[in-house]
Design a protein. Structure first.
Lengths: 351, 323
């Protein structure tokens, strides 16, 4: 259906048939498909890795690589979901608070289950189920308010951000919710261990990213998101279920927040009002660095993954190298985000 | 802690709601009473959570002790909201005294000055106003002492050539005062400070920073985490790297979980330094005392930062506080 709107560029690995008309239409010369806007984020990532390796010998050590990938996983998993929301022309500012709230609910549920079920794998499995359900429910509420009640997504999720943040602080009584100590010991390997020495968050992050990439490129869902983001009216006329798809993007993002929470809770075994602070902005920044168009119509899941890694690596390198004052860490990240968007504009100026 | 969590999960939101209402209802107004307004930042992190807890406890206690007093408690998420809250207290609740922990010094100075100009007693807590002499009573923790007491422990227990790393808080003057005092206290001891980074008084940030410190430095003998939330993240990172035997950690502010571990003689947590969130209780108590009696309470009350050791930890352990 959306393919009817795709111009006559032959589908290749770089321009999947599902990309939106607005983005592919100006691309007439095939050679430009490998231009800066595709390679830019990758080049930035490679440049950061080279810089890191040059500045510190331990940068490429297995431990450091593992650390950086594992700590990227939370925002990375969320950023994959965020790519679909943004591609479909939406935004979600509530994911950081939602992660904090989901973590709080999960910890409370697990602690409560210790009494009837004891410190067991079942308790943890049920707690994980609570995390997924809580995330999914929160996402569905956002989606319903956006798609059915038709409130601007910025407003809906801005409101939800405040609600979840306050609820978390309230549940924690202004302090910190901590997981039962024995349960924590049992649950801890979910963050720190994994098969073949690769920790679980990295594996889950990779799986989510691969599935997300497939859904965006090859599945009807990804094409529908792009079609809605490019032109909602045209999508409607093309028999795309606009409301249902839009709602599904928020529900998917909520579910992925639940997945991220499952990985987050065993790390420190606690949640407070400060958990997940500014994750939403990091996730959005990563999505945009990766080449997804902020106003919708075109999304690139692998780009979001690269974006997350770029943001994590900047922090990591600044910690490892002490080359600039730590006061300036935020400024450097900000410059990179803006540079990435400047690169996006290059191609429009070209054509 | 465990019991509290299970209780909450089991009984659900209704019970927690009732507790909150109970605390709110305590501030009910009676016209013939003297009224004390208390304005503090909302409980966004552990320390402020503790401060909120101690404020509510003090109010509850004082309302029973002095039936002639009533209290208005307002918690604000930013400086603007705090100004509004204070204006509302003066306009609608006719307060006789104000206890305020300014969210930020600059924006709160003029509004608090206006309160003072109406003849209302003003007690300022923890963060000073930017114009001196407005407040009748100033109650605060000792930031210089906080850094110095920690630094002295490092100087006593480490020697020439030993390496430490430091996690700083959110970049503020308060953090600068602590770090400068720490550096002054270890000056001349031969201790190398390998690295300092901001962990923002946040567990997750501190965890990431400590992971990177551990990748970067082969030999670390001790960590000054400068806050117990950060100490939790630091300990987890050290644990992950399996380097528990190599270094010890000094946090700060006396979080109950950390104080408990000091009580239990954890070798990784030899001592802690107080910066009590209960200072708000000191301020409220003194203000109340000044209202109900002729006891002079004006001036400055600086609560010293003490070293918590396994021997004295019990007196700093508050199992019911959220912090």
């Amino acid at each position: 259906m959306t393919s009817s709107a795709t111009p006559s560029v032959p589908p290749t690995a770089e321009t999947p048939s599902g990309t939106a008309p607005a983005e592919t239409a100006p691309v007439r010369k095939p050679r430009r498909r490998f231009g800066l806007h595709v390679l830019g984020p990758l080049m930035a990532l490679v440049a950061l890795i080279v810089l890191g390796a040059f500045l510190n010998d331990n940068f490429l050590s297995a431990a450091n690589v593992q650390n950086v990938l594992a700590r990227s996983a939370f925002i990375g998993i969320i950023a994959v979901g965020m790519t679909f929301v943004i591609t479909a022309g939406g935004i979600d500012l509530s994911v950081g608070s939602m992660a904090a709230f989901t973590a709080a609910i999960t910890i409370l549920a697990m602690n409560a289950l210790v009494a009837p079920l004891g410190v067991s794998v079942l308790t943890i499995a049920l707690g994980m189920g609570v995390a997924l359900l809580a995330g999914l429910a929160a996402g569905l509420v956002n989606g319903a308010l956006v798609a059915r009640v038709r409130i601007e997504p910025f407003i809906v999720t801005l409101g939800a951000m405040g609600v979840y943040r306050s609820l978390t602080t309230w549940l924690a009584d202004g302090g910190t919710l901590s997981l039962n100590y024995e349960l924590r010991t049992l649950y801890r390997p979910v963050y720190y261990d994994g098969p073949f020495g690769i920790s679980w968050p990295i594996i889950v992050f990779a799986l989510v990213a691969i599935l997300g990439e497939l859904a965006m490129r090859s599945a009807p869902f990804g094409r529908h998101c792009a079609a809605i983001g490019a032109n909602e009216q045209v999508a409607r006329w093309s028999a795309v279920r606009v409301d249902g798809t839009r709602m599904a993007t928020y529900a998917l993002l909520g579910l992925l927040v639940g997945v991220a929470t499952i990985m987050y809770v065993p790390r420190l075994g606690s949640a407070s009002g400060g958990t997940g602070m500014l994750w939403e902005l990091e996730a959005i920044a990563a999505v945009i660095i990766g080449g997804t168009v902020l106003k919708g119509g075109f999304g690139r899941v692998w780009g979001a993954v690269v974006g997350v890694l770029i943001l994590s690596l900047i922090d990591n390198i600044l910690n490892l190298a002490s080359i600039v004052s730590p006061y300036l860490n935020g400024a450097i990240q900000g410059v990179i985000v803006i540079l990435a968007v400047v690169l996006q504009r290059e191609r429009k100026a070209d054509s | 802690m465990l019991r509290r969590d299970m209780f909450k999960a089991g009984m659900g939101l209704a019970v927690a709601g009732a507790l909150t209402l109970g605390a709110g209802a305590g501030a009910a107004l009676a016209q013939d009473k003297q009224v004390i307004g208390v304005a503090i930042p909302s409980a966004t992190h552990g320390f402020m959570g503790g401060l909120n807890f101690h404020a509510r406890e003090a109010i509850k206690r004082l309302e029973t002790t002095y039936p002639s007093l009533s209290f208005v408690l307002a918690t604000s998420g930013d400086a603007g909201k705090m100004v509004n809250d204070i204006e509302d207290m003066v306009a609608t609740r006719d307060i006789d005294a104000l206890v305020v922990l300014p969210f930020e010094s600059e924006p709160l100075t003029a509004p608090v000055q206006a309160v003072k100009a109406q003849g209302i007693w003003v007690t300022v807590v923890d963060r000073g106003l930017s114009v001196p002499g407005i407040e009748d009573l100033y109650v605060a923790g000792d930031n210089t002492g906080f850094g110095r007491v920690a630094g002295e422990y490092f100087a006593e227990n480490l020697g020439e050539g030993d390496n430490v790393v430091v996690l700083r808080g959110i970049p503020t003057t308060l953090d600068n005062e602590r770090v400068e005092a720490f550096e002054a206290a270890i000056a001349g001891s031969g201790i190398n400070v390998l690295d300092m980074q901001h962990g923002n008084w946040n567990r997750d940030d501190a965890f990431d920073v400590m992971q990177d410190f551990l990748s970067k430095h082969e030999d670390i003998d001790a960590v000054w985490a400068a806050d117990d939330d950060m100490a939790v993240g630091v300990l987890e990172a050290i644990n992950q790297a399996g380097r528990n035997d190599e270094m010890w950690v000094v946090g700060g502010a006396g979080m109950k979980e950390i104080v408990k571990r000091i009580m239990d003689g954890d070798p990784m947590l030899p001592v802690n330094v107080t910066y009590p969130p209960a200072q708000i209780a000191t301020a409220i108590e003194l203000t109340a005392l000044g209202l109900v009696s002729a006891t002079p309470v004006s001036g400055r009350f600086i609560i010293g930062s003490q070293r918590i050791t396994p021997e004295n930890a019990e007196q700093f352990y508050f199992p019911d506080s959220p912090f």
